[in-house]
Design a protein. Structure first.
Length: 328
């Protein structure tokens, strides 16, 4: 690529909360990028461990560390990081994740060569199950899309639903148009933000050579472990929001069927956690004029007839879960 001073500045935005074990690797993966015209903005969200002190030890003309004036969580920290940033392009990176050394360079090469002012670039993702399992691929989409909303349609169509901010490179203008991250949402806020950005873009461009790594934790500190109905229902709300974005761009019977099928599939897979909100889910389907495709096992037809779909599905899924635990 051209000399550093002629390259657009890329801002890497890192919300930080109690990640003293991983923040060193996260910051260093940024500083070791082959693309050198970057700034790293770290926003500490009131950590109670040594995270802030470790981050401050990296402060320089390329690394800037601030404390979040609000206490509204990770979305608030990301919004504040954006306020403090000056780059023409934006990358979000959680404080326990990382990406390969050439990721920003390859994404920038692609967007400068083939993109427009509102294009988004994305790469593949690997996951790393903590504490010691090796990196493994998460299967995602691997091609360009125009219009960009076809990317969301294809995720629904193929169930390759990867909504991780570190995969993407956003133009600053697109992030501005989104209005920022939704601080009221505690789950799937990343999905909502990315989908909104895509709806404001014209092209999705794919870069194959590099990839991002998402650490998967199974503990109570990380949101992956939250299982309350009030949290999980947010995923369904976001899926309906995404379907609205798709249909605003192109409303056809085929796309409505794709949205209906995917959301129904998601509801079924989470039904034990959200079955108490059954009536609310029905309202969401009706409000969005989508069809709830209620899966029924043909062999259990009589059970559905006697108990009704809701009670029969709950009983079947609980029995399956109990059987699965018994065989562990």
């Amino acid at each position: 690529m051209a000399e550093n001073q002629t390259l657009p500045l890329v801002s890497i935005l890192i919300p930080l909360y109690n990640e003293e074990k991983y923040i060193v690797q996260t910051i260093e993966c940024c500083l070791n990028q082959t693309y050198k015209n970057i700034e790293v903005i770290v926003i500490d969200d009131h950590s109670t461990d040594k995270s802030l002190a470790i981050a401050k030890s990296y402060e320089s003309d390329r690394v800037h560390v601030f404390e979040n004036p609000d206490q509204q969580g990770v979305s608030s920290a990301r919004n504040y990081a954006f306020e403090k940033s000056t780059g023409q392009f934006i990358k979000y990176l959680d404080s326990d994740d990382y990406f390969t050394q050439g990721m920003i360079e390859k994404q920038m090469e692609r967007i400068l060569a083939d993109g427009e002012a509102d294009s988004i670039v994305y790469s593949q993702l690997r996951f790393f199950h903590m504490p010691d399992k090796p990196e493994d691929w998460l299967s995602g989409l691997t091609k360009d899309y125009q219009p960009a909303t076809e990317y969301i349609v294809d995720m629904f169509r193929t169930s390759k639903h990867l909504w991780f901010p570190l995969m993407y490179l956003f133009p600053r203008s697109v992030v501005e148009k989104t209005g920022g991250w939704n601080t009221k949402r505690t789950y799937c806020e990343d999905t909502e933000f990315i989908a909104t950005a895509i709806s404001l873009s014209r092209k999705m461009l794919f870069v194959d050579e590099e990839y991002a790594v998402w650490r998967v934790f199974e503990d109570n500190k990380h949101l992956h472990a939250l299982k309350s109905p009030q949290v999980k229902i947010q995923k369904i709300e976001v899926l309906f929001y995404m379907s609205k974005l798709i249909l605003n761009d192109k409303d056809t019977a085929e796309i409505r069927a794709i949205c209906s099928k995917y959301i129904s599939y998601s509801v079924y897979n989470m039904f034990l956690m959200i079955h108490s909100l059954y009536d609310y889910i029905e309202e969401l389907f009706e409000k969005n004029k989508l069809t709830w495709m209620k899966y029924e096992n043909p062999r259990l037809h009589l059970l559905y007839k006697v108990l009704g779909w809701r009670r029969a599905t709950t009983l079947i899924l609980k029995t399956k879960a109990l059987f699965s635990k018994t065989n562990d």
